[in-house]
Design a protein around this ligand. Structure first.
Ligand code: FES
Length: 156
């Protein structure tokens, strides 16, 4: 499932650690970048490459929200709903996104453009409400900012 380039990259990364298992997090990033999410076959390949068991890989992948265990849309929106963001209006932002996209948390729009998720904390608590879309942070969110963010993403 992984390309030769991805395999080579994982092997090269693993060579920098005292034990290959230590390269698990970056290896999962490589696999997810390539496939778009982490299907069982990709996790098994990573396990083989690092000489660990698939359950070792799954236990780590399932702990971190940034690793997707099911297919996701082109854009993944992760809204922080932890206390600071919640007090600053995260719930309203989340409700707006659900209404606007017509999906619930954990779902993907039928056109495959957006997946909506919640996360516990994005470490940007002073500027809530905060969300992460793909690899970019958006802070001090308002409904207007959300609309402009969605409009830009819809044009891509
Ligand atoms: S509580 Fe939202 S970023 Fe920390």
């Amino acid at each position: 499932m992984l390309t030769e380039e991805a395999v080579a990259k994982i092997e090269e990364m693993a060579s920098h650690y005292p034990v290959p298992k230590a390269a698990l997090l970056p290896a999962l990033h490589v696999a997810q970048e390539e496939v778009g999410w982490l299907p069982r076959e990709a996790m098994e390949e990573v396990a083989d490459l690092l000489g660990i068991t698939p359950s070792d890989v799954l236990s780590v992948a399932s702990f971190y929200t940034m690793f997707f265990k099911q297919p996701v849309g082109k854009h993944v929106i992760e809204v922080c709903t932890n206390i600071s963001c919640s007090l600053m209006g995260a719930d309203e932002c989340l409700e707006h996104l659900q209404r606007r996209l017509g999906i619930g948390v954990g779902e993907t729009t039928p056109d495959g453009r957006f997946t909506l998720k919640t996360v516990e904390c994005l470490a940007a608590c002073g500027n809530g409400p905060t969300l992460l879309m793909d690899e970019d942070y958006y802070e001090d969110l308002t409904l207007e900012k959300l609309e402009s963010l969605l409009a830009r993403a819809e044009e891509e």
